[in-house]
Design a protein around this ligand. Structure first.
Ligand code: NAD
Length: 736
């Protein structure tokens, strides 16, 4: 029988090699069609007496990325539609749907013939769950092999038998660790955890897998054998008595109870290990059905899986613009940002000319790349040759004439209008027609800078975040006259360096920094009210923020906050800033000399390593302190999330951000906005705009008019609208 997505070749030893190779896709993913074909393959290989066993592998460079976008999307839209009609029936149907993959993998596991999964590359989620159902697993030793069950990162968990099989193959602690963090394992680590049987050279993969069958691999999973015991002996052992009482507390410390999927993993393993395997699968299916119905799962999958992929694949790329082959990039300013921008560009395989005021400064900038390459070689992420090739793509220079064949030049010089003006003029004097000029400014409006340009249609903002090599987001800013060509080139560049772009219109602070400063300013308010600093930091983390606002301000630098407040007053007048905030940062910077992490003195003290940072005790003396018991932590959490979400809503109302996906993805990737909410706008949609407006009114009455809900929010509340309904990105894309 011929299959669309698989080939099946049976050799002289009766071993069928099933190769998964979806036509027209760069990666294999699970779709309804895949499940059907896999089912047919199981039936056919069982029915064929000539087949003694099956080796399952992939025809792509990776094994499989797991579930497909369209499958997940259809599952959610089906459930949303059905729920409106009959919630109980919808939940039942969802339960049955969820059980499909579990049932199929169990059928494979109990089909009576041995299956071996030959893992040739990255093997994620459902694909690893399929491999776990095979009787043997052989992985290639290639560096590219990454094995993970990363579902928890998008609000769900391994729901096709993963929680039950992992917990029966490796010890419970490692199982919980792997699934609640979604961490990636190397093949060697997976073998050490007993999750794969063999790790072999890439060219030995298929023969080793076949050999397992020839050596008489039993077509029975360990848990289907009589007398099976889970590693460590299950949950009624002295070792388990050490683990299980602490496990919920550890999870709570790590997640503050914000992630239902992580808790469900714990429950699946704990409950599943006490019952026979098939009952364990049922338990998993029930928890999975429950988790899929949570707002967290819905919002996280939408933002962190669907929207992130869509934006990464150019959802905002203007139609009709040919793809740019980036042959050379120029970076002007080889300082803190420019040096790292040059590095990530070279790491993506694109040659870069890195320019500074003199060649020494440019060479120093390249040195940052050299340091990063050395680190990567040390960690085994790059070979010596790869590192050398990467660095050979960075050419330091002090001569603007070297930019004459650049496709895109990114400016990262001092944040000073006059310095930038001179650079724009110098670059444009040599830049070829059609090449694009991008500024990495963080505070200067792009339209204003573009006034210095002779070709404002090819002038754009490409705003990176620090550390550039780690931060996944890039904000692309459209000036008033920026044209489609510049946008297309900028987006092609961002895609080439494998970052996620959001496209925003021009405004002070763009999107991310506007929100970040709301977060920091709310913490200033709390400090001024006398809330103990430790409570401020902890409440923010309990709300789901990765870094407390005071620690974040130290990273950004308090003197930068000071400069920005002063610039805001200069441009917009005294009323534009809260005088108490100005007083606070003035005191910290001018009186106390506390600039942030950069001088080891900020809201925290930074003693030499290995000592850890700790909150500066002097904070207590700045304002009369409240007693901890008089502060409501739940309200602190609400204030942080609400003030950021309100700012995100304002950017939509002002037309700065036009697509809710970008506000959500931008808020999570840009500053870690509580990922379980799905982002700043999903936080509002998740509780309902009406409830959010009520919350804001309550907070405004107690903490000030900056919490006042806006006209748009009130209108949406009255009409029962959501951001994704009113600003539906797919309707906008279709209409365009
Ligand atoms: P930096 O001071 O570390 O580096 C600026 C570099 O520009 C220096 O190496 C300097 O020698 C060089 N330079 C100055 N004038 C020049 C000229 N005429 N020609 C060539 N080179 C010149 O500053 P930075 O922190 O890297 O910031 C650079 C830009 O990036 C600023 O616009 C800043 O707002 C923006 N930005 C900074 C951050 C951040 O976290 N630091 C984040 C996003 C954006």
């Amino acid at each position: 029988m011929a299959y669309t997505n698989f080939t099946v070749e049976t050799d002289a030893d009766g071993i069928a090699l099933v190769t998964w190779d979806m036509p027209g896709k760069s990666m294999n993913v699970f779709t309804a069609e895949i499940l059907e074909e896999l089912n047919a393959i199981i039936d056919a290989t069982v029915a064929d007496a000539a087949v003694k066993g099956v080796v399952f592998t992939s025809g792509k460079s990776s094994f499989s990325g797991g579930a497909d976008l369209s499958m997940i999307k259809s599952m959610f839209s089906f459930y949303q539609d059905e729920k409106a009609k009959d919630p109980a029936a919808a939940a039942q149907k969802l339960f049955n749907l969820v059980g499909r993959m579990t049932g199929l993998f169990r059928k494979l596991e109990t089909c009576g013939k041995p299956w071996v999964s030959a893992i040739n590359g990255t093997c994620m989620g459902g694909a690893f769950e399929l491999s776990l159902a095979c009787h043997g697993r052989v992985a290639s030793s290639a560096k590219s092999v990454k094995i993970a069950l990363p579902e928890v990162k998008v609000g769900i968990f391994p729901g096709a038998g993963g929680t039950q099989r992992i917990a029966r193959l490796t010890d419970a602690q490692s199982a919980l660790q792997m699934m609640t963090t979604g961490q990636s394992l190397t093949a060697a680590r997976a073998k050490a955890m007993n999750l794969v049987h063999q790790v072999v050279e890439p060219d030995q993969l298929i023969s080793a897998a076949k050999q397992m069958i020839k050596d008489g691999l039993k077509p029975v999973a360990p848990w289907d054998e009589k007398g099976f015991k889970a590693p460590g002996g299950g949950i009624w052992t002295p070792a388990a008595a050490q683990l299980w009482p602490a496990a919920p507390a550890i999870l709570r410390r790590e997640t503050s109870g914000n992630y239902p999927a992580a808790l469900a993993i714990l429950k699946c393993v704990y409950e599943g290990l006490q019952v026979p395997f098939d009952t364990g699968l049922k338990i998993e299916q029930r928890y999975f059905t429950h988790v899929l119905q949570t707002t967290e799962a819905y919002s996280m999958i939408r933002s962190l899986f669907i929207s992130m992929q869509e934006l990464g694949k150019g959802a905002r790329r203007p139609a009709g613009q040919p793809k740019t082959e980036l042959k050379k990039i120029g970076v002007v300013g080889a300082g803190f940002m420019g040096a790292s921008i040059a590095y990530v560009t070279a790491a993506a395989g694109i040659p870069v000319t890195l320019i500074d005021r003199d060649i020494e400064a440019a060479i120093k900038g390249k040195g940052v790349g050299e340091g990063l390459v050395k680190d990567s070689i040390g960690k085994g992420r790059l070979t010596q040759d790869e590192g050398a090739a990467l660095l050979s793509r960075i050419t330091p220079s002090a001569d603007y004439a070297d930019l004459k064949d650049a496709d895109l030049v990114i400016e990262a010089v001092f944040e000073d209008r006059e310095v930038k003006k001179a650079v724009i003029e110098a670059v444009e004097a040599v830049l070829p027609a059609g090449a694009v000029f991008a500024s990495n400014t963080s505070t200067l409006p792009i339209s204003g800078l573009a006034k210095n340009s002779k070709r404002p249609a090819d002038f754009i903002g490409v705003h990176f975040f620090s550390p550039v090599e780690k931060m996944m987001l890039t904000e692309v800013i459209l000036g008033k006259e920026t044209g489609d060509h510049a946008l297309a080139v900028a987006l092609d560049y961002v895609a080439a360096i494998k970052k996620t772009p959001i496209v925003v219109n021009d405004t002070r602070g763009f999107f991310v920094n506007r929100c970040v400063f709301r977060y920091i300013h709310e913490a200033y308010d709390m400090l001024i009210e006398g809330v103990p600093a430790a409570m401020i930091e902890n409440a923010a983390k309990m709300a789901g923020m990765p870094v407390g606002p005071l620690a974040l301000n130290d990273e950004v630098a308090i003197d930068l906050s000071y400069k920005i407040l002063k610039a805001t007053v200069a441009d917009l007048g005294e009323k534009a800033v809260d005088p108490r905030h100005m007083q606070l940062v003035t005191d910290l910077v001018e009186r106390e000399g506390r600039l942030g992490r950069k001088n080891a003195k900020g809201f925290y003290d930074y003693p030499p390593k290995p000592a850890k940072k700790s909150l500066w005790p002097g904070l207590k003396d700045l304002y009369p302190q409240k007693k901890a018991d008089d502060v409501d932590v739940a309200v602190l959490k609400q204030r942080f999330l609400a003030t950021i979400a309100l700012e995100a809503a304002r950017t939509i109302e002002e037309g700065i951000v036009t697509d809710p996906r970008e506000a959500d993805v931008g808020s999570i990737l840009g500053f870690g906005f509580a990922p379980y909410t799905g982002g700043a706008l999903s936080y509002i949609d998740g509780m309902g705009v009406k409830a959010f407006v009520e919350l804001c009114e309550k907070l405004a009455a107690a903490y000030g008019p900056h919490f006042q809900p806006t006209a748009l929010l009130k209108d949406m509340a009255a009409k029962g609208e959501t951001f994704y309904g009113r600003f539906d990105p797919y309707r906008v894309a279709k209409a365009a």
